[in-house]
Design a protein around this ligand. Sequence first.
Ligand SMILES: C[S@@+](CC[C@H](N)C(=O)[O-])C[C@H]1O[C@@H](n2cnc3c(N)ncnc32)[C@H](O)[C@@H]1O
Length: 244
Amino acid sequence: MDDWHDPAFVRRWDAAADRGNPVRREHLDILMACLREVCRPGDAVLDLGSGSALVASRVLEELPRTRVVGIEPSQPMRAMADERMRRLGLDLVQVAGDLRSPDAIALPADKAQHRFAVAIAVQTLHTLDPDHQRAAIAWVARHLAPGGWFLISDRIAVTDPPLFPAFRAAWDRWAAVYGTTDPVPADLAAHHRLEREKGDRPLSLADLLSALRDAGFAAQPLHVHANRALVAGHLPSGDDHHPR
Ligand SMILES: C[S@@+](CC[C@H](N)C(=O)[O-])C[C@H]1O[C@@H](n2cnc3c(N)ncnc32)[C@H](O)[C@@H]1O
């Protein structure tokens, strides 16, 4: 089981974040391109499961006039994020919060009034069970300003047994092209066993899009590669001739 509260586990995860997931770099590049397009100076970005601030530090470096609020329940992750912020001379507002009980998350007081322009969730939602994922998405919708964006990069479920050989082929190709060393499961049952062992509970792409739409977002995938998807959600702005 991935233990996000274990200092040794999170240090290993931080050091290898790109290695097991060759799509991460591409997703982060696209996510940053989207933020450059939609963020205005002074906007606040909410980072769900901000971890060791690998993503938040990139947002703050490339868009220095944004403010980033990270929600992260793991103390060792928050300590690593503090260390990274100090080293880079950046300022991340960290909130010790758990997305399984989002209404208990103590967001900075000014955000209760002004709300966020963008929320991001990179490899976070799949750590929650499906009902908590849907509730977290609905909670995000309530904390975004009109016209706000929600960008999600995450695992998606492999749902159809007959399609499994195509996924295995894609993962074998990752190993050949990117040198990934994660074991490639022999069949769908083995894939689901690995997910259970890690505590991963990804939604299918269809369910992720439905959860976003149920929460009021227009939603479409921006990039899908095997079981990794980057999805964009956008709330109506009331002025969609001039989208953010
Ligand atoms: C795979 S890491 C991703 C970290 C960061 N988003 C990144 O991409 O660098 C998953 C993160 O989700 C956090 N997480 C796990 N359960 C959570 C929960 N219930 N609420 C909020 N975050 C959670 C973990 O502590 C961890 O920092």
